[in-house]
Design a protein around this ligand. Structure first.
Ligand SMILES: NC(=O)c1ccc[n+]([C@@H]2O[C@H](COP(=O)([O-])OP(=O)(O)OC[C@H]3O[C@@H](n4cnc5c(N)ncnc54)[C@H](O)[C@@H]3O)[C@@H](O)[C@H]2O)c1
Length: 255
């Protein structure tokens, strides 16, 4: 294999990363662009951060574009895919956009439930549906869904989030069976990662402090999750269908 194929395994491919203006999504967009893909940066009201990311990718010799859409909105997701697919075929979808909620279950009202499930599970459902209609006609494509270790193990006071992430795991495995062998659908179930999500803006001080109490002894870096996503969409992962890679610092060792 030539050096350029090894270094840019995604050359000629187009990827879409949802919620990509910061955190894990941002690192994933950079990793995919470095691997040669043209990357669509989906964001929700983060135009400046998304534009800055495109500038960073282009300065490094890569290609990227921004597209705003709320993944919880069926209409906005339809427009997102219209725009992306009008520009050319889509090879890779990374469903990364997510929100977290720390709240006792009895205080988690209908609006909380609808919001968390609507973004974290509904967003993955509707982006997969649009992407798979397109990928099915081409008989090729790769999807990676970002779940969470918490989707396997659960956590008190995070019931809506854990339920949504457990749903993402079930969705990923079911879709992987329905669309194999030509379309590969996998996921990454990160442990605690150092992003704005793991901060006092979204979690209690007690929970933030507990997050790095895992075998790795530290939070993960967004780039460590991006590396797992990059592997799953690369030719080297050609025998992976319906898997959830546990990039979690040893927080949980099941499967
Ligand atoms: N940070 C962690 O410890 C951790 C652990 C496991 C899983 N995850 C998952 O990784 C993914 C990325 O999280 P992160 O840690 O980078 O968090 P983050 O809060 O830094 O980034 C999430 C991004 O999603 C975007 N977003 C939220 N709602 C959206 C919507 N409706 N439409 C479009 N975009 C939306 C946000 O604007 C933000 O840019 C999420 O799915 C999260 O659940 C994170």
């Amino acid at each position: 294999m030539s050096a350029s194929v090894q270094q840019r395994p995604l050359a000629g491919q187009t990827a879409l990363v949802t919620g990509a203006a910061q955190g894990i999504g941002r690192a994933t967009a950079i990793a995919l662009a470095e691997a040669g893909a043209l990357v669509w940066i989906n964001h929700l009201r983060q135009s400046d951060a998304a534009a800055a990311l495109v500038a960073d990718i282009e300065a490094a010799g890569g290609r990227a574009r921004t597209v705003q859409a709320d993944v919880a909105s069926p209409m906005q997701v339809a427009s997102l895919f219209e725009e992306v697919l009008a520009a050319g075929p889509l090879d890779i979808l990374v469903n990364n956009a997510g929100v977290i909620l720390e709240k006792p279950f009895v205080d988690t009202d209908e609006d909380d439930w609808a919001h968390v499930l609507g973004v974290d599970l509904g967003g993955v459902y509707r982006c997969c549906r649009h992407a798979l209609r397109h990928m099915q006609t081409r008989q090729s494509g790769c999807i990676v869904n970002i779940a969470s270790e918490l989707g396997f193990v659960g956590r008190a006071d995070y019931v809506a989030y854990c339920t949504a992430k457990a749903g993402v795991i079930g969705l990923t495995r079911s879709l992987a069976r329905e669309f194999a062998p030509h379309i590969r659908i996998n996921g990454v179930a990160p442990g605690p990662v150092d992003t704005p999500m793991v901060s006092l803006a979204h979690m209690s001080a007690e929970m933030v402090a507990k997050e790095s109490d895992i075998p790795a002894g530290r939070l993960g870096r967004p780039e460590e999750i991006a590396a797992a996503v990059l592997f799953l969409v690369s030719p080297g992962a050609s025998f992976f269908h319906g898997q959830m890679l546990g990039a979690n610092g040893g927080a949980w060792m099941g499967s």
